[in-house]
Design a protein around this ligand. Structure first.
Ligand code: TXA
Ligand code: MG
Length: 506
């Protein structure tokens, strides 16, 4: 089947296209369309055969019921029996919008649409294209998310085309959706109502409108013995192809942990994807790093979540590591979907970072323009099992200078260029518990130990690797002496790498 793709203006949907699409629905065909949450795969909800086609196109198990989309409140009365007062209040407040409510169904709704259940899920979307299409298609449009079962939901028409191109009659393309995660589902057949799937309408918002609302236990606890009440929530939905791991903890710990694992996995030859945020993405060094949005504005994270997961699929990464994002607002829905995408594979960042004794390795010389930067440059080229922030600092650096020209020359002879290098002074902020500080001379070490008595790991490079001699300054001396100095540093740095790697393995 050839899928017709029609661009459509969200603010001003063209009547002709809508009629064309509406006709397809009335004839039992399938039309994917935008909603404010995600793209839906529309079919006539009152037509059992259309439901069958929907399941076939998505490759979805047919016990997983569809949501019926309506465009007027009065339509609810034809498909739902027993509409409690609370539902009216919620409809008044949140419809049209990202809220789905579950009711006892009427005879009008075929069981093919409800996955064999006596209940029906109903939603009135706010997207104008969606509303117009529902009207054009007869008023009751069933629509699961328009993805292949098990893939992330589509937040743009291209995603729908990727999954369902050739399998459905039409796609209405109105660009990116607004919210990015599926609607909140609330079961209204019980008292108090129960949230079966978190979304943009939060528990707080619901409770403010109708008093106490519960949350399906299967959503709260991973090891709940009871299956989730929304049949679809039991499947490993939203799953990217790569293995996804979520790191929890302070933002700083998360970044550290992800850097470490990403580094180690890349070393082993795997392709690594990183879900980073506006605030953190600049701190990552290896891997395919994607900025998913701002930690301060969870809406932006929701908007980009599925797109980012899809991109990683396309780019064929083996592992994805994600920061955990703040709950609250739509953040709860984001973490619910991310958690499901990860198969609830969540780790405390600290568990990873604790395994690594040193995070930062600081080489210290007098003016940071020769010995220390050479040592740092050489260590960066060593095959290290763990990831470190490797840097150099000077005991006395009043203003930044470039590398000493002789140091530059000797590095160049060995094929190393330090672009834009500038000297920096040793500062308190580097002197953390997980820093390994290695000086060139004994006197430098002693001075630092005096000044920062609480920093545990300050040694001369020589003593740390079991070498005999300090690394002397060769400032103003012969090329031969520069070469000797370089050779000594190189020897020590190789030993250092070996020692670090041995510690990493133990
Ligand atoms: O935002 C959304 O809700 C999107 C857009 C297209 O409207 N639709 C959507 O549909 O996410 P779908 O089919 O991907 O997810 C519907 C979820 C499934 O988890 C399903 O099991 C649950 O709703 N559901 C549907 N009818 C139900 C019912 N009668 N009882 C319990 N859960 C139901
Ligand atoms: Mg879905």
């Amino acid at each position: 089947m050839e899928t017709i793709i029609r661009k459509i203006d969200r603010e001003n949907p063209g009547q002709e296209v809508l009629e064309e699409a509406g006709k397809i629905l009335l004839n039992g065909g399938l039309v994917a369309f935008p909603t404010e949450t995600v793209y839906g795969l529309g079919a006539n909800a009152l037509d059992e055969q259309a439901a069958e086609k929907t399941y076939a196109a998505k490759g979805r198990p047919s016990d997983n019921p569809l949501i019926v989309h309506i465009a007027e409140f009065t339509a609810l009365k034809d498909i739902a029996e027993e509409i409690p007062r609370e539902a009216e209040i919620l409809a008044e407040k949140f419809w049209p919008g990202p809220l789905t409510m579950i009711f006892k169904k009427t005879e009008l709704v075929p069981r093919g649409t409800t996955g064999g259940l006596d209940t029906v899920a109903v939603r009135m979307p706010s997207d104008k294209v969606a509303l117009a299409l529902i009207r054009a298609g007869g008023g009751y449009v069933s629509a699961p998310s328009a993805n292949t079962s098990g893939r992330p939901s589509p937040t743009a028409a291209e995603h729908v085309e990727e999954d369902l191109g050739g399998k459905i009659e039409m796609i209405l393309d109105a660009g990116r959706v607004d919210i990015g995660v599926e609607s909140t589902i609330v079961d209204m057949t019980v008292q108090p109502p129960v949230i079966l799937r978190p979304g943009a309408v939060t528990r707080e918002m619901l409770e403010e409108a109708v008093g106490p609302v519960e949350v399906d236990k299967a959503l709260i606890s991973e090891d709940s013995k009871e299956p989730p009440k929304a049949p679809g929530m039991k499947y490993r939905h939203y799953a990217p192809k790569a293995e996804l791991l979520i790191l929890e903890g302070t933002t700083e710990e998360c970044v550290k942990a992800i850097r470490q694992i990403a580094y180690e996995q890349e070393r082993l030859g795997y392709r690594v994807g990183i879900i980073a945020s506006e605030e953190t993405f600049a701190f990552y060094t290896v891997g395919n790093i994607k900025n998913i949005g701002s930690r301060e504005n969870e809406k932006t994270v929701a908007q980009n979540l599925y797109r980012v997961l899809r991109e990683f699929d396309e780019e064929g990464v083996d592992y994805i590591y994600s920061e955990a994002f703040p709950e609250g607002g739509i953040g709860t829905a984001v973490m619910n979907r991310l958690g499901k995408a990860a198969g609830h594979h969540v780790l405390q960042a600290e568990v990873i970072t604790r395994l690594q004794k040193y995070r930062t390795i600081v080489f210290v010389s007098n003016s940071d323009n020769c010995r220390a930067p050479i040592a740092a440059a050489l260590l960066r080229r060593q095959p290290l099992l763990q990831e470190y922030d490797i840097c150099s600092r000077g005991m006395v650096v009043l203003f930044s200078e470039p590398l000493n020209p002789r140091a530059e020359e000797i590095l160049k002879e060995h094929g190393i260029v330090l672009k834009g290098y500038e000297t920096l002074p040793l500062e308190a902020e580097l002197m953390k518990e997980d820093a390994l500080v290695l000086t060139m001379e004994d006197s430098q070490r002693d001075k630092i130990r005096n000044e920062y008595p609480e920093t545990g790991h300050v040694y001369t490079l020589a003593e740390f690797v079991g070498g005999e001699e300090e690394i002397p300054s060769v400032y103003g001396q012969t090329p031969e002496q520069y070469e000797n100095m370089y050779g000594l540093i190189e020897d020590y740095v190789k030993k250092l790498a070996k020692k670090l790697n041995e510690e990493a393995k133990s």
